[in-house]
Ligand binder design. Structure first.
Ligand code: ATP
Ligand code: MG
Length: 398
């Protein structure tokens, strides 16, 4: 039986077929199905032109009509349906701006990047595989559809996609694909940073990052990624670290940053056009990691970090020092034992302080609250109004 994702979409394909056109599942979902991996989303390809599709379905949205993609709403689900197309004219080693619609499935499969991504499946679950994707999957090989040099010069991002699939699947790049990749690295300079970042982050998220980052070094691709040209040793250290397959994207970034000893982490990450929240979090974690290295986890370090950052830092620390992850459990227990988790939980307010001291508002309140916060975290006072008031009184009498 086909996975649920496909089953749900079958009526959509059947509707297109009833109108006299062809429709297939294509791309990643067919690959993942054949690999017995979970399917994220299904892509549908059809011989119907976008205008023809709009006549078949009542609710559609033009999401990428110039590339032949429309969004079809069917019951509670949405499906991206793309008209068979070729990409005959490539400009500047990037994906073409203009595409040509065609009526043949084979032509559409031919423009796809790797053999494993160039399979289609019909509503009956039959796989159409003119480029031997199944054979290459069985052999755990990533191979371009057609001559690799040509395919990489059409769209240089495919080189990074190839390495990203290494990281996700643990497959090897086929020999001539790898050779062409090494020889065409400079073409990546034409690709937008955002697209390269997206692939790099997928490399860091996936289990075979050691193998994939080794390939980035071996092929020289790292030189075409923001700022990495300055850090070949950091990348080497990264690949030599044990247990990195267990790190998520955030932790993998942190590990890499730790090997770079970069003084301006923010500026470095900005070059990658990463979201500001991600930049902020990694910059904070790198500081926490330094303190964890120099003086271990104190209560206030743990409190200031927050649980998520603390666990990221500790996991990376364990990798760097070749330790098991058992300290993560203790760390979480210690975090749970902290009497407060944030300033908002302090039992007294600025208003209380003004009343007790009979003083007006001012910067002193913030200072006083910081002092109280630190005393609570370190177990010097309990987090209740009256003990805090007494403690303040005692302090001020000294
Ligand atoms: P994922 O599981 O990450 O979504 P995917 O293979 O589905 O992987 P997508 O980027 O969603 O990757 O692309 C869908 C399909 O479109 C691919 O399987 C491939 O057939 C084709 N494709 C995507 N990008 C390219 C490209 N740069 N050149 C050629 N074909 C591509
Ligand atoms: Mg996909």
């Amino acid at each position: 039986m086909l996975p649920k994702m496909f089953q749900q979409a079958i009526p959509v394909l059947e509707k297109i077929e009833r109108a006299g056109y062809e429709a297939y599942f294509v791309g990643g979902s067919v690959r993942d199905y054949y690999l017995n991996r979970p399917i994220n989303d299904v892509d549908i390809a059809t011989s119907a032109l976008p205008e023809e599709l709009k006549k078949i379905f009542r609710k559609t949205v033009d999401v990428g009509i110039e590339h032949g993609t429309i969004l079809v709403m069917d019951q509670d689900s949405e499906y991206e349906i793309t008209t068979f197309r070729t990409e005959s004219t490539y400009k500047d080693f990037r994906r073409p701006d203009k595409v040509e619609f065609i009526r043949s499935l084979n032509g559409d499969l031919e423009r796809r990047d790797f053999t494993m991504n160039s399979m289609a499946m019909n509503v009956k679950g039959m796989i159409i595989d003119p480029y031997n994707g199944k054979r290459d999957i069985d052999d755990r090989i990533i191979r371009t559809v057609g001559p690799p040099k040509q395919r990489f010069s059409e769209d240089a991002l495919r080189m990074m996609r190839g390495i990203r699939f290494v990281s996700q699947l643990g497959f090897a790049l086929e020999e001539s694909t790898l050779k062409a990749l090494s020889e065409n690295v400079p073409l990546l300079s034409h690709i937008a940073t955002e697209r390269k970042t997206m692939e790099f982050e997928k490399i860091l998220s996936a289990p075979f990052k050691k193998e994939a980052v080794s390939l980035l070094i071996q092929t020289g691709i790292y030189k075409e990624l923001p700022e990495l040209i300055r850090y070949p040793e950091a990348l080497e250290c990264f690949t030599e670290t044990s247990n990195i397959h267990q790190l998520n994207k955030e932790q993998a970034w942190l590990l890499l940053l730790s090997f770079m000893a970069e003084t301006n982490v923010q500026a470095f990450l900005k070059k990658w056009r990463l979201p500001s929240k991600m930049i902020k979090n990694r910059s904070k974690e790198i500081q926490i990691l330094k303190r964890r290295e120099s003086s271990g986890w104190t209560k206030s370090l743990l409190y200031n970090a927050g649980l998520e950052a603390a666990l990221n830092v500790e996991k990376v620390y364990c990798c760097i020092h070749n330790l098991t992850f058992s300290s993560l459990i203790t760390l979480e227990e210690n975090y749970d034992r902290l009497p407060i988790k944030s300033k908002g939980e302090i039992a007294v307010s600025g208003k209380d302080l003004m009343e007790w001291a009979k003083q007006k508002e001012g910067p002193w309140i913030k200072e006083e609250l910081n002092r109280i916060e630190s005393a609570i975290i370190n177990g010097i006072i309990i987090n209740e109004k009256e003990p805090i008031r007494r403690w303040l009184k005692e302090c001020n009498q000294q």
